[in-house]
Write a protein that binds this ligand. Structure first.
Ligand SMILES: Cc1cc2nc3c(=O)[nH]c(=O)nc-3n(C[C@H](O)[C@H](O)[C@H](O)COP(=O)(O)O)c2cc1C
Length: 207
């Protein structure tokens, strides 16, 4: 599309989810069980991952009381498992503010068809099927200006990677082997072919 020749129009979209990777957060419930929730408002600043979470969710409640978590990154083929989690909450009773059709589920791993595996530095388990798993601790939690979201700064303690997405003999994730699952205006996508790379890449490949 040649945007230089196409006039823009003003629109009022209902959401602004312009395409960010899906992560699955595991947190610990008050009874010691695990909550598992998909979210996509997540981005990294060095070893810190900033997360935007609905203040009415069980994940936000868990992190305020028990700050350990795992940020699990599913690959694109796991989108059906992610979508099975979409209408579920760990909150019982379900608050009125949750989307229509949202229901309580105590066993989110079972509902999604995913397996927990123990973490090494935090209490919540990792999601075994996810090729990248970041064990982390919520170091700062604040609310947004209207108090309906919380903004969490999670400091990563340990990174686990499927060896198939690691450049052999290095500490680097192979960008040609890894693709995030992207949530693009409530639709799921994987990455297309590589277009190029940053001058700062540590894993250059011939064009
Ligand atoms: C792909 C996907 C992305 C989502 N992104 C977010 C998000 O970034 N922030 C958020 O608060 N909820 C997000 N949600 C909605 C939560 O998963 C949903 O509110 C869920 O009920 C939270 O579970 P909990 O109440 O047990 O924490 C997303 C859902 C899906 C399926």
């Amino acid at each position: 599309m040649n945007t230089a020749t196409i006039g823009h129009i003003a629109i009022e979209p209902s959401i602004l989810y312009f395409g960010t990777p899906v992560v699955l957060l595991t947190t610990q419930n008050p009874d010691g069980s695990t909550n598992l929730a998909p979210m996509s408002s997540a981005w990294a600043l060095g070893r810190t991952v900033v997360l935007g979470l609905g203040a009415d969710g069980q994940t936000a409640r868990n992190l305020a009381a028990r700050p350990e978590l795992v940020i699990n990154l599913p690959a694109p083929h796991l989108w059906p498992q992610v979508e099975r989690l979409a209408p579920l909450t760990g909150r019982d009773p379900v608050p009125d503010t949750k989307a229509a059709g949202c229901r309580f589920e105590a066993d989110k791993f079972g509902a999604a068809g995913l397996r927990p595996e123990p973490s090494e530095t935090v209490r919540p388990p990792r999601v075994a099927e996810c090729p990248l798993q970041l064990e982390a601790v919520a170091a700062q939690i604040r609310t947004n200006e209207s108090d309906d979201f919380v903004i969490v700064e999670a400091v990563v303690r340990k990174v686990h990677a499927d060896p198939r997405i690691v450049v052999p003999g290095t500490q680097h994730v192979d960008p040609a082997a890894w693709s995030p699952l992207v949530y693009n205006f409530r639709h799921y996508f994987g990455l297309g072919p590589e277009l190029g790379h940053s001058y700062r890449t540590q894993t250059p490949r011939p064009a």
